[in-house]
Design a binder for this molecule. Structure first.
Ligand SMILES: Cc1cc2nc3c(=O)[nH]c(=O)nc-3n(C[C@H](O)[C@H](O)[C@H](O)COP(=O)(O)OP(=O)(O)OC[C@H]3O[C@@H](n4cnc5c(N)ncnc54)[C@H](O)[C@@H]3O)c2cc1C
Length: 448
């Protein structure tokens, strides 16, 4: 039976979800708080590009969009580590031929909206969800002129992001809604590396650049216009923090000391530092995600995570794919579909939230540590030799969409425990690539 489906939020996940549902013949309408981004100049300084990886691509592939989206991506084959002392080092992601993709958030979002409209989805802009009455199934939107627009819904999805109004309305009228929100002590600010005078990329294009400096880090992802978007992840408070580095002189001094090779590539970084916003990073875990057969949270609205595994959008896209598989299995029974959806996806949302926090520490503290790099080298070697028995945690999450996030978290923790033992073997720096070490690890791995 075809449904009248309402989606709140035309972000990345709401737009993709609408395509999945419209393809099944449902009548789909999206209500979006902002104006149509296809008609406005984009504001600088807010999460300009994202890493799209295999989970996201699998979800796009299922609705025939992967080829379209591939055209607007730049492959990144590994991390390029900019050490403070000594030369830069390239660390490949996964195995030969595996890579993640840099994509512009706005271009991807606009493309998904175009494709949704081509499938018959109606998108209404400047409609801010303010209130939901669960007894009468009425949702009220506020318009630009502050008028209200109440509409009836049959089946509703809340894809209105990390600070979702739909989630709040669900929570306020629920007898036992669990809610956990956690801010890390780091914020972020975006800066730009323009093309060189001859119009070329100023650094290696097919890499994710990282300047790891323990308590903070700078990263850079390439854009199709030959710029790089850099993101400085930096404490809000403390001796070196957004609070304390607050004059032009201090900013220049801090950058010269910490990112000396990046400074000549960023002619406008001081101005950008003071004019671009400083944003916070939040993790949200909540439950339940659904109401009977009539409402579900999806994407960041259900599980906001910090960006250090590059998985927030990928996870939201995977939500859409899994929901679609459940529709295949359960036909029109939306009560069962939504129930199964939340029981399947909640552990995975929680797991990727934890993995993302762990990766924050890994990227910031460890990517420059020789012992950590040796561990990664041992794991990469094992993965080459035993591709199914030993999959590094990063590869499970990024390149193995058949492995659930919750499974990747569990297996990753067990593998990490094995590796910690192995890294304590005296002289591991010398014997790391011997058959003896391989045997020790794989004997333990069999028991996982
Ligand atoms: C700095 C940073 C870097 C990131 N990097 C990556 C990455 O590399 N890879 C990755 O996979 N993920 C990344 N993410 C996460 C990714 O941005 C999110 O997971 C993704 O945007 C979630 O999509 P969404 O559609 O659920 O939410 P959003 O993209 O937030 O979209 C929500 C939409 O709902 C609308 N809306 C909000 N409130 C209302 C309302 N009351 N009424 C109507 N509409 C409303 C908003 O205007 C918006 O259009 C990053 C996030 C950040 C902050």
């Amino acid at each position: 039976m075809k449904k009248d489906i309402t989606i709140i939020g035309a972000g990345l996940v709401g737009s993709l979800l609408s395509i999945y549902l419209a393809k099944r013949g449902h009548k789909v309408s999206i209500y979006e708080r902002r104006e149509d981004m296809r008609n406005v100049e984009l504001s600088a300084g807010r999460s300009i590009n994202l890493a799209l990886s295999d989970r996201g691509f699998l979800a796009l592939e299922k609705v025939g969009l992967a080829d379209d989206i591939r055209k607007i991506c730049i492959p990144m084959h590994g991390r390029l580590i900019h050490n403070l002392h000594g030369p830069s080092a390239f660390q490949p992601y996964g195995k030969e031929g595996q890579f993640i993709n840099s994509v512009s958030r706005a271009t991807l979002n606009m493309k998904l909206m175009d494709l949704a409209e081509q499938k018959g989805v109606k998108i209404f802009f400047n409609q801010k969800c303010n209130e939901i009455d669960w007894n009468t199934n009425t949702i009220t939107f506020e318009l630009e002129n502050k008028d209200t627009n109440p509409i009836q819904f049959e089946l509703l999805f809340g894809s209105d992001g990390a600070f979702a109004a739909s989630r709040l309305q669900h929570q306020l009228q629920h007898p036992k809604f669990d809610y956990n929100q956690y801010y890390i002590d780091c914020g972020y600010k975006e800066l730009t590396i323009p093309p060189t005078a001859s119009g070329e990329f100023a650094m290696e294009v097919n890499a994710l650049h990282i300047w790891p400096r323990k308590d903070y880090m700078l990263i850079a992802l390439p854009n199709l216009d030959k710029t790089f978007t850099c993101t400085l992840f930096f404490p809000f408070e403390g001796e070196l923090s957004f609070e304390k580095i607050n004059t032009e002189e201090k900013v220049k001094h801090f950058f010269a000391e910490n990112f000396p090779d990046a400074v000549p590539l960023m002619p406008d970084y001081v101005n950008e530092f003071f004019t671009n916003p400083t944003s916070s990073l939040v993790t949200v875990k909540c439950f339940p995600w659904i109401r009977d057969d009539k409402f579900a949270l999806i994407g960041d609205a259900a599980h906001a995570i910090v960006p250090f595994f590059g998985q927030g959008m990928n996870c939201g896209f995977e939500d859409c794919r899994i929901l679609d598989e459940l529709i295949d299995e359960n036909g029109d029974d939306w009560e069962i579909i939504l129930e199964k959806y939340q029981w399947l996806r909640k552990p995975d949302g929680d797991a990727i939230a934890d993995l993302a926090i762990n990766n924050f520490i890994e990227m910031r503290d460890k990517t420059a540590d020789p012992k950590f790099l040796l561990q990664k080298k041992i794991e990469a070697r094992l993965h080459e030799k035993f591709p199914y028995q030993w999959i590094p945690a990063y590869s499970q999450v990024t390149f193995s969409p058949q492995i659930r996030y919750s499974e990747a978290l569990k297996r990753g923790q067990k593998q990490e425990a094995i590796m910690q033992e192995v890294m304590n073997i005296p002289g591991i720096e010398v014997v790391w690539d011997t058959e003896e070490i391989e045997r020790i690890i794989m004997n333990k791995a069999i028991k996982i």
